[in-house]
Design a protein around this ligand. Structure first.
Ligand code: ADP
Ligand code: MG
Length: 248
């Protein structure tokens, strides 16, 4: 069974009299252990795809199945439960809570799910250790560097029994060394049995994935990763009028 199964997914937004087609008839299945990179120019629907996969937004048409359950058939509480328990989401702007320490930010999903504060904090510290922040667990987000904040957001996404990791450009603000660290953590979570979908504009980081979903003109091309296919994708990306990758 796929952990994530998107079937015939379309999303339109109304823009005055116009209709914006953010996604058109996208299919994507991600099994346990698999990591899929999503690439495409700015505005091609990458973030929209992720928010729909994470149950944060509903598609205009098509189905979203997470661990076999159709999100549209769940009531809001059940959907929220899946989001808390099954899905780890790394937002593009991280969404850390500034009034909470790193450990409190990471333990929050467990506590919201009913775990007592103490064991939740202990698990959070273990997870922060795994992302290399053992000595910074009591720091507030404002007292951490950009890369460290990113790692806190990753730790929060990886904690608990999150079988689906969704990350929207989690390496966007990082240098290549830190970006690779983050990629390695997500890759390891997938090797340990999670399914991952990561938006990135960096073809070298995308090469860590098993497959690349390339969004273009609201449609998708699904590639197995090989060194030659990432080169092709890089060419396709730079040929689309976006320069240097940052605009993707
Ligand atoms: P990407 O992440 O690839 O840059 P997005 O998924 O953010 O692309 O956006 C895809 C398209 O959908 C864009 O044209 C964007 O302007 C439009 N869009 C996204 N979210 C909304 C929204 N809430 N309302 C209206 N249009 C939106
Ligand atoms: Mg985006």
């Amino acid at each position: 069974m796929s952990i994530l199964d998107l079937q015939g997914l379309s999303k339109t937004f109304a823009d005055g009299d116009n209709t914006i087609h953010a996604l058109r008839d996208i299919d994507l299945r991600v099994a346990a252990g698999e990591l899929v990179a999503v690439m495409g120019p700015s505005g091609s629907g990458k973030s929209t795809l992720l928010t729909i996969a994470g149950g944060l937004e509903a598609p205009t048409s098509g189905q979203v199945l997470v661990t076999g359950r159709d999100l549209a058939e769940l009531n809001p509480d059940e959907r929220a439960g899946i989001r808390r328990r099954t899905i780890g989401y790394v937002f593009q702007d991280l969404n850390l809570i500034n009034a909470l320490t790193a450990a409190e930010n990471v333990s929050l999903p467990l506590e919201l799910d009913g775990m007592k504060a103490k064991p939740a904090r202990t698990e959070a510290c273990t997870m922060l250790e795994r992302v290399g922040l053992a000595d910074k667990v009591h720091r507030f987000p404002d007292d951490l560097s950009g890369g460290e904040r990113q790692r806190v957001a990753i730790a929060r996404a990886l904690i608990g029994d999150h079988r689906l990791i969704l990350a929207d450009e989690p390496t966007g603000a990082l240098d290549s060394v830190n970006g690779e660290d983050i990629m390695r953590l997500i890759r390891r979570a997938c090797d340990d049995g999670a399914a991952g979908v990561i938006v990135t504009h960096d073809a070298q980081l995308a090469a860590w994935a098993d497959r690349i979903l390339f969004l273009r003109d609201e449609r998708a091309i699904d590639h197995a990763v090989s060194s030659s296919s990432t080169d092709l994708l890089l060419e396709a990306a730079s040929g689309s009028g976006t320069s240097g990758g940052q605009g993707l």
